[in-house]
Ligand binder design. Structure first.
Ligand SMILES: [Mg+2]
Ligand SMILES: [Zn+2]
Length: 214
């Protein structure tokens, strides 16, 4: 029976979070303030993202291409996707980040065919405008979270979740098998939820599909 494999993008498929990196480079003060609000839970994730990107002023194509050029994909990702597809699994990327950034990075890896559920951003001389596209207010966590996307696509299948951060908490809880690193791993530790640690996608592929060529 085929599985649904839900993979976060920033900090999971990429080695570093492209949203954090854009904010630190293009609007550092707003980024620090908004991250602090997220920690203190005075703003939702969606409000934090909008607040972080509003002060980023500039040419859209320039900011996008600089960000895409900086991004590095975690080892073994393309091979993992090919192996999962060969096994009949459905791989989807579910991100709280931006399609404008995600698409060209996946295309560079030869993975332009992957399904992507993400938001988007448009940078203008007046600031960045975020277009929120998915995630209903969640009855479990109260955020506009990824759980609704996972539930909508599950279709009776086993769900595998691969993630690293805050926006993955609730979606990972809803999955049957979890791969975690970063703050998602610390969160699942605190909650007593089982997961498999990963540093690259060779680990994920070997655990799900058995060892194969690099
Ligand atoms: Mg992430
Ligand atoms: Zn939720």
């Amino acid at each position: 029976m085929s599985r649904l494999i839900v993979v976060d993008f920033d900090g999971t498929i990429t080695e570093r979070d492209t949203l954090d990196e854009m904010c630190r480079i293009y609007a550092p003060e707003a980024w620090a303030a908004a991250e602090n609000d997220l920690q203190r839970r005075t703003m939702t994730l969606r409000e934090v993202i909008a607040a972080e990107f509003a002060p980023i002023v500039g040419d859209h194509d320039t900011i996008v291409s600089e960000t895409v050029d900086r991004a590095r994909v975690r080892a073994g990702f393309a091979g993992f996707v090919r192996a999962a597809e060969a096994a009949g699994d459905r791989v989807v990327v579910v991100s709280s980040g931006f399609e404008s950034i995600i698409r060209p990075i996946l295309e560079r890896e030869g993975l332009g065919r992957l399904e992507v559920f993400a938001h988007d951003v448009r940078f203008t001389p007046e600031g960045g405008v975020v277009d929120f596209r998915h995630g209903e207010p969640c009855p479990v966590c109260g955020e506009e979270c990824k759980r609704s996307v996972v539930d909508a696509m599950r279709n009776g299948r086993e769900v595998v979740y691969v993630g690293d951060g805050y926006s993955d908490r609730c979606g990972a809880q809803a999955a049957d098998v979890r791969f975690a690193r970063g703050t998602l791993a610390s969160y699942l530790d605190r909650e007593g939820v089982r997961y498999i640690s990963f540093d690259d996608f060779t680990t994920v592929r070997d655990a799900l599909l058995g060892p194969g060529p690099a």
